[in-house]
Write a new protein. Structure first.
Length: 171
């Protein structure tokens, strides 16, 4: 594939990052990083909905822009994998923006809340809620979830066809 074709992966990785940062601003605005921090561990997982939607829209864009009448699983998965790798590479920057610019008090608030409610000791909370820990979690989490979502979305696209696939179209 030519380098020019990777512009779609770059486009969708950057759009994913923008949506993520907007989500974080929304969480901060809703008080999930301070006054309503008890809801954060639950509600932050709802980001999976726009995250998956971004992969679906990106793959649809890939299919339409490159005029694939039929998109094989492998074509779709590789698009998602390349997009995931870009997001993963930019994960530390994303996490730094969230932790240092959008919500610099989150770690202190999370430490205070979990210790106050007996969920963790002070030391455990400090070891978990810090930039280094979250940088590592963001890289690993984005990579694992991106691979999984890429496979699921690619499977969905490859199975949803207007005509019957042949036996060799899976790859």
């Amino acid at each position: 594939m030519k380098l020019l074709n990777y512009t779609l992966e770059i486009k969708w990785a950057l759009l994913f990052i923008l949506v993520f940062l907007l989500w974080m601003l929304g969480e901060k605005g809703a008080g999930l990083h301070d006054v309503h921090i008890e809801w954060h561990p639950i509600l932050t997982n709802l980001f999976a909905i726009p995250a998956i939607a971004m992969y679906v829209l990106g793959l649809a864009n890939f299919k339409n822009d490159l005029s694939f009448n039929r998109l094989s699983f492998l074509q779709g998965f590789l698009f998602g994998l390349r997009t995931t790798l870009l997001i993963t590479l930019l994960s530390p920057l994303m996490q730094w923006i969230v932790s240092e610019i959008i919500t610099p008090d989150f770690f202190n608030n999370a430490i205070h809340y979990t210790v106050q409610h007996g969920m963790k000791t002070q030391l455990e909370a400090e070891q978990y809620f810090n930039l280094k820990s979250y940088l590592l979690m963001s890289v690993i989490g984005n990579l694992i979830m991106g691979i999984f979502v890429s496979a699921m979305v690619a499977a969905g696209f490859s199975l949803c066809r207007s005509s019957k696939p042949t036996s060799n179209e899976f790859f």
